[in-house]
Write a protein that binds this ligand. Structure first.
Ligand code: SF4
Ligand code: SF4
Length: 361
């Protein structure tokens, strides 16, 4: 395992981190705790969850896992988040989180999911920073962090305020071009940088031909996608949402056989990436509250196929019919209320795409 500095906090974190958002059998607490133990035995010491992954179940199984890690004297850092903004709500939330996680303090506590700079301004007006600072003074949290789905220049602006000690954001071989600017602030403010969605929400293994530039001889797309991130010297942790023990073994194997590229080799690989991947839906589902009950992420995933594959419309229709089994005509139920576009983390023109899909069907 490789360990890197988490910004200027003095903490050394594992380059491979454990994300608690994808457990295959979340109700099997013993299995989930065993997965955490196996990862920790492999050297993973960064464990990230949230109060809304499988409801509160992910935090609950993390509590069981942490108790087991303590019993076995395996070191760990606990990271979680809050979407609350008002002092009393945050206080209630963190008390419940500490109980669920079965720990006395949270190492990395995140202001969760900043969706726009306006959204951040509004949370500041609610006094969120004062509340976080007070929690830190009281020793309930160790470091004040932020998680965001903003694009690179917006994240850079957010971080340059200098109020955070670390950041969690999506970064991978598919979106690195639009996220790279965030690292200007990471370097300038000496922040911890944790990246999520390392395989682009499945886009990378689903489209290996588009990411051949990441692959070196003998590497599969998953290994190549992870190692591409590990080559980035400003990344502290690459968070993988493990579904099963098998996923953990794959990631540990990728780490075991990892040979860093030189900077020149990395630049050469990046220069062979010809697609910008701009406008690709990441499947984050923040838009998924349509009053017309349109399954937006599924339709946008199908539209991804049109953007990514040379078969275009045919690939999009096949994805709708064969994978999602939803009719193209269903996209026509959109009444253009704009709710989803306001929530979309990637600023995708959802209404226009739904119109296109309905017409193409
Ligand atoms: S704009 Fe259309 S798809 Fe989006 S929330 Fe409104 S009705 Fe649903
Ligand atoms: S359309 Fe936007 S908000 Fe919805 S899943 Fe895709 S990227 Fe996320």
């Amino acid at each position: 395992m490789i360990y890197r500095d988490y910004g200027k906090t003095g903490k050394k974190v594992s380059l491979l981190g454990f994300g608690g958002m994808r457990f295959q059998h979340i109700d099997d607490h013993d299995e989930c705790a065993r997965m955490m133990v196996r990862a920790a035995e492999g050297g993973v010491n960064y464990f990230d969850t949230a109060p809304d992954y499988f409801g509160v179940k992910s935090e609950t199984v993390f509590g069981k896992g942490f108790a087991e890690l303590r019993r076995r004297r395996l070191p760990y850092f606990a990271a979680t988040k809050t979407f609350k903004t008002k002092a009393a709500d945050i206080r209630r939330e963190i008390e419940a989180q500490l109980k669920r996680l079965d720990i006395g303090a949270i190492d990395f506590y995140h202001v969760w999911c900043i969706t726009s700079l306006d959204n951040w301004a509004s949370r500041k007006r609610d006094g969120i920073l004062d509340t976080f600072r007070k929690l830190k003074e009281e020793g309930l949290i160790k470091h004040i962090c932020v998680s965001s789905h903003l694009i690179g220049d917006e994240i850079e602006t957010l971080l340059m305020e200098g109020v955070f000690e670390g950041v969690l954001f999506g970064y991978s071989a598919y979106n690195f071009k639009t996220r790279e600017k965030a690292f200007n602030a990471v370097r300038a403010k000496r922040l911890g940088a944790v990246v999520m969605n390392p395989l682009g929400g499945g886009i990378i293994p689903q489209h290996p031909e588009l990411f051949a530039w990441t692959q070196r001889p003998g590497e599969n797309p998953v290994e190549a996608g992870l190692r591409f991130l590990w080559d980035h010297g400003d990344i502290s942790v690459t968070l993988v949402g493990f579904r099963s023990g098998e996923d953990i073994e794959c990631a540990l194997k990728a780490m075991e056989g990892y040979k860093p590229r030189t900077e020149a080799e990395l630049e050469d690989a990046k220069s062979r990436s010809t697609s910008s991947f701009e406008g690709i839906c990441t499947g984050c589902a923040y838009c998924d509250e349509c009053p017309q009950e349109i399954p937006i992420p599924q339709y946008m995933d199908a539209y991804n196929q049109k953007l990514l594959k040379k078969e275009g419309d045919a690939a999009m229709k096949e994805r709708l019919g064969m994978h999602w089994t939803i009719p193209a005509s269903g996209a026509g139920k959109c009444v253009a209320c704009g709710l989803c576009e306001g929530a979309c983390t990637q600023h995708i023109p959802i209404i226009e795409r739904l119109e296109y899909i309905a017409r193409a069907g």
